[in-house]
Design a protein around this ligand. Structure first.
Ligand code: HAM
Length: 431
C-alpha cells in the first residue's frame, strides 16, 4: 500500500522554483531602495514572548485577540509566532541599545508573519512582509521620506493602478477628543451595530470605522471625521507632510476612514491600495504610520517611530496581474554535453573550473546518452551549449552554441576555462 502523503497547512503556500524569480527581484529591489535611503537591514526572531504583542500591538486588536498563534513552550513560557514585524523590531531596538546611535535609526526587514485568519484571496496564515521602521524623529520630514521610499519602490516595480491613501489619527489628546465625539455619534445608534462593534464601542470606538459589515460601513461614512478633531500640533504636522508630498510630486488621497487595525499608531497613517481591487482588503498592499509612544510603552526611552510593511503575496500578485516583467534571471549560462564516456572526467573538471570562476554551468548527472543530453539541454533554460567529444579533448578546442537563437553562428573557443569565462563575460554583457 502506498504511504499517505502530507499536505501543506491551510493558509500557507510554497513558492516554487518557477515563481521564485519574481520574489527574488522584488526583494532585491526593496533591499536596493532601502539602502538608497540609508536604511540598514535587521533580522529578528519569528517567535517572541506573547506579552510583546499584547503590549505592543494591543490586546483589543483582532490580530492579537483572535489571530495569534500562541502556545506554551516546554518551559511553560507563553510564546507567539510574530503576527507582524514592528513589535519585534522595537523590542530589538530597546534590547540592544540602538537608541545610542545617531537619530534617526533607520531599519528594514524581510520576514514571514503568522495570523490565524479566515483564508481567502490575498489573506494567508503565513505571509511575507517587507518593512521599514525609523526611530527618533518627530519631524514630518521623516514621514515624507518614508512615503517617498514607498513611492519610489512601487515606481521601480512599475506598479500602476494603485494609490497612496493617507490620514492623521492625531496625537493622544486629539484622539481623546475624537473618541468622545464618536461615542456621542454612535451611542444613539448602538442597536444598529453588529455584535463585534457593540463590543468595541466602549473599548475602542475608532475600530468601528474599520468594520467590514455593510450596515456598519454606512454608519461609519456619516460618523465625525478625525481630521476635524486634530489639535493644532497634529494638524500642523499633517499639513506639513501633505505639503512635502506635493513638493515631491507624489500623488495621494486623503482618506479619513483610514484608522489602521493595530493600536500603536499616532498622527500620520497611510496605506497603499490597488484601485481596482475587488476582494475586501486584499487590495491593501501596504500599511504603515507613526507610533510615537510605542518605544516608551515597551520600556524604552521616549522615542518616536514610523514605518510600514508591504504584504509580499499581495505585492507579487499585483506584479503578476499588471504583467510586470521583473524576474531574477536564474538561468544557467552553459550546458556542457559529453559525447563519450571517456570525456566525462574532462567535462567534470572543466565544469568545476568554470564554476569556480563564477559561471553557471550544468552537466549531465544521470548517465544520459548523448542524444538524451541534447534533448535535456534544449528543454532546459541553459543559454549556451558546449559539446565535448574525443576531438575536442584532443584539440583542446570547441564551439559554443546559442540555445536561445539558432540563427546565431557558433563561437569557436579554446577549452581553457579562463578563456571560456572571458568569452562569456562578453556574450552575457551583449545580451
Ligand atoms: P498590517 O496592515 O497589519 O500592518 O499589515 C501590513 C500588510 O501586510 C498589509 O497591508 C497586507 O498587505 C499584509 N498582510 C496583513 N495580513 C495579511 C495576511 N493574513 N495575508 C497576506 N498579507 C497580509 C502591519 O503589520 C504593521 N506592522 C505595519 C507597520 C510597520 N506599521 C508601522 N510599521
Amino acid at each position: 500500500m502506498k504511504t499517505k502523503t502530507i499536505k501543506s497547512l491551510k493558509g500557507t503556500h510554497d513558492i516554487l522554483p518557477n515563481e521564485v524569480g519574481i520574489w527574488q527581484e522584488a526583494e532585491a529591489i526593496f533591499h536596493e531602495v532601502c539602502t538608497q535611503f540609508a536604511y540598514k537591514e535587521i533580522r529578528i526572531p519569528a517567535i517572541e514572548y506573547t506579552e510583546l504583542f499584547q503590549r505592543g500591538v494591543g490586546d483589543t486588536t483582532d490580530v492579537v485577540n483572535k489571530e495569534m498563534y500562541s502556545f506554551e513552550d516546554r518551559g511553560g513560557r507563553n510564546i507567539s509566532l510574530r503576527p507582524e514585524g514592528t513589535a519585534g523590531v522595537v523590542r530589538s531596538f530597546i534590547e540592544h541599545g540602538l537608541s545610542s546611535e545617531p537619530f534617526p535609526v533607520k531599519l528594514f526587514y524581510l520576514i514571514t508573519a503568522y495570523r490565524a485568519e479566515n483564508v481567502q484571496a490575498g489573506r494567508y496564515r503565513e505571509f511575507r512582509q517587507f518593512g521599514v521602521e525609523a526611530f527618533g524623529s518627530d519631524d514630518p520630514s521623516i514621514d515624507i521620506e518614508i512615503i517617498s521610499l514607498l513611492d519610489i519602490y512601487f515606481k521601480r516595480l512599475s506598479i500602476k493602478n494603485a494609490s497612496i491613501r493617507i490620514n492623521s489619527i492625531g496625537d493622544k489628546e486629539s484622539r481623546e477628543t475624537y473618541k468622545e465625539r464618536l461615542l456621542s455619534y454612535y451611542k444613539p445608534l448602538e442597536d444598529k451595530l453588529c455584535p463585534t462593534c457593540k463590543e468595541r464601542l466602549y473599548k475602542n470606538p475608532m475600530r468601528l470605522l474599520d468594520c467590514k459589515e455593510n450596515s456598519c460601513k454606512l454608519l461609519a461614512q456619516e460618523a465625525p471625521k478625525i481630521l476635524d478633531s486634530l489639535n493644532a500640533e497634529s494638524k500642523e504636522h499633517f499639513e506639513t507632510v501633505l505639503h512635502g508630498l506635493d513638493n515631491l510630486g507624489i500623488k495621494y488621497v486623503v482618506d479619513p476612514m483610514i484608522v489602521r487595525g493595530l493600536d500603536y499608531y499616532t498622527k500620520t497613517v497611510f496605506e497603499f491600495v490597488l484601485d481596482d481591487s475587488t476582494a475586501a482588503q486584499a487590495g491593501t498592499i501596504c500599511g504603515g504610520g507613526r507610533y510615537d509612544s510605542l518605544v516608551a510603552s515597551l520600556g524604552g526611552q521616549d522615542c518616536s517611530g514610523i514605518g510600514f510593511s508591504i504584504g509580499g503575496e499581495r505585492l507579487v500578485r499585483a506584479l503578476m496581474d499588471c504583467g510586470a516583467e521583473i524576474s531574477k534571471d536564474n538561468r544557467v549560462d552553459l550546458f556542457i554535453a559529453t559525447q563519450s564516456k571517456e570525456c566525462k572526467t574532462y567535462v567534470d573538471k572543466l565544469a568545476y573550473d568554470l564554476r569556480k570562476l563564477g559561471l553557471r554551468v550544468e552537466i549531465d548527472l544521470c548517465d544520459r546518452s548523448f542524444k538524451a543530453q541534447m534533448k535535456y539541454a534544449n528543454k532546459s533554460d541553459a543559454k549556451y551549449l558546449l559539446v565535448i567529444g574525443d576531438n575536442e579533448v584532443e584539440s583542446l578546442k570547441g564551439s559554443i552554441r546559442d540555445l536561445r537563437n539558432r540563427d546565431v553562428q557558433d563561437v569557436e573557443t579554446s577549452l581553457n576555462a579562463k578563456e571560456i569565462f572571458e568569452l562569456f563575460s562578453g556574450l552575457i554583457n551583449n545580451n
